[in-house]
Design a protein around this ligand. Sequence first.
Ligand code: ZN
Length: 299
Amino acid sequence: MPPYGEFIFGHEYAGDVVAVGSTVDEFRVGDRVVVEAHMGCRRCENCIRGHYTACLNYGNARRGHRANGFTTNGGLAEYALNHVNTLYGIPDGVSYEEATVVMTAGSPLFGLENAGGYFAGETVVVLGPGPIGLMTIQLAKALGATRVILTGTRASRLAMGRRLGADLVVNSKESDPVAAVLDLTGGKGADLVVDCAGGDETFDQAIHMAKPGGKLLLVAFYHGPVTADVSDAVRRNVTIYTERGEGGTSVGRCLALLGAGRITAKPLVTHQFPLARVREAMETLENRSGDPMKVVVNP
Ligand SMILES: [Zn+2]
């Protein structure tokens, strides 16, 4: 394993098995696989309890922790060595490109599971129609939510959210998203609010959108400290959940959902580049040119 900081990155990737270790009988050479980023150390108390994305030895390669593509060679390397417990076979009918995007679904699925994982007949609000938000809409539907409300600022993204299952969309530029959610829920608030936006105001908005006794799930990373009326959450008994990475083997289960057609990743792959044009791929994402969502580099 290369020393930390001396590796080829890329943590969302799929490929073919070209060699297996002597004890590996789960996969064969030629199998199509997708890689999960997190591999816990398998020796700390969190890993032993199954919480490997919150490994207490995170980043400590000496103690066996790996984050594929973060601390070891990842998807932009010609070959990458992965522990068998971070690989999942790609179902027939699912392309490499779609499989590459599956971690974008794995993270919110893990978060939704942390928040109970069962939303039959409930109303879920998703803030932020980025790739994670668009996956969250589909997953909330797959987990039984009857009404999903999406809030955001870009009309094209909100329209895509509609196509991917959002029942109602609110453009936060045009109307107050908190007032809109309260209005749409008869003043009650939503059963679950998921912040996939990570904006300066979205944590506060999410608190006020949740019903008394409701749930709030924070999936996004914020740019820095944010201000929110947390006392309102305390007063109204709103429970706040977080997620770290795609734990609980959620990547494998998202692949199954993809294979069964219950969620789709196709519309999220907006750009593809050959490996030789990797710089252009990075710049496309960096400069947001052509409204990219997921930019896939295909060797
Ligand atoms: Zn650990």
